[in-house]
Every structure is written in structure tokens, then in C-alpha cells.
Ligand binder design. Structure first.
Ligand SMILES: [Zn+2]
Length: 119
């Protein structure tokens, strides 16, 4: 069985949409494959209306490789790296000479965005 969240990720739709259109909380892989192969009208419509912005992005830690899928948020900065919030600063790649490094907490469930900018 897979969860509705996983199914939504697979179908690249928001969870709210999956709920609204009656995707159950748990479904079988066969049911998901059937949705992919013969998408219902609302799914076709949603894909046609896609603005080009990904509904899900893969967030990956540059230090340990931990990753998770998340819905991108408008306030997220254009980051250089992501790391889990429990790594030390010296585990991160060195900033390019001449750049200033800042950090933004709270990306996804556990990530810090590392932003290197040129002044
Ligand atoms: Zn990590």
C-alpha cells in the first residue's frame, strides 16, 4: 500500500487536490498505476494547467544526502546549498571567495538554506 501523500507526489499534484478528488488515504500500487495510465479528466486538466512550476521539489542535504520531497514555498530563497539543521557550518562546502554566506531556517521539515551572495 502507498499513502495518499506518496500518490500525490507520484502524480505531481497537491495533496488537497488528491483529497478533493477522492484519492483514498491508502491505495495500492495497481490503483496508482491505473491513475497514471488512464488519468481521470480532473487529472488531465490539472496537468494541462500546470504553470511550469513544480508542485514538488526534491530537497537534498549537501552533507549527508538525506532528502525529502516538499511543496516549494514562495519565501524560500534562491539557495546555494541545503543542509540538515543539525550539521555544523564547517561540514558545508566552502563559500566561493568574495561571497557572503547567510542561512535561512525552516526549509522543508529539517533543512537550512545556505545562501552565498556576491555583495
Ligand atoms: Zn544532512
Amino acid at each position: 500500500m502507498i499513502t495518499r501523500r506518496d500518490a500525490a507526489q507520484q502524480l505531481d499534484i497537491p495533496i488537497e487536490m488528491a483529497v478533493r478528488h477522492g484519492i483514498p488515504a491508502r491505495l495500492t500500487v495497481d490503483e496508482l498505476v491505473a491513475l497514471e495510465k488512464q488519468p481521470p479528466a480532473w487529472l488531465v486538466q490539472s496537468r494541462a494547467n500546470r504553470t511550469g512550476k513544480p508542485v514538488w521539489v526534491d530537497l537534498a542535504c549537501v552533507v549527508c544526502g538525506y532528502h525529502e520531497a516538499a511543496r516549494p514555498k514562495k519565501w524560500w530563497p534562491d539557495y546555494t546549498w541545503l543542509s540538515c539543521d543539525d550539521h555544523h557550518a564547517d561540514e558545508l562546502p566552502e563559500p566561493e571567495p568574495g561571497t557572503a554566506r547567510s542561512e535561512v531556517d525552516g526549509i522543508g521539515s529539517r533543512f537550512v538554506a545556505i545562501v552565498d551572495t556576491r555583495p
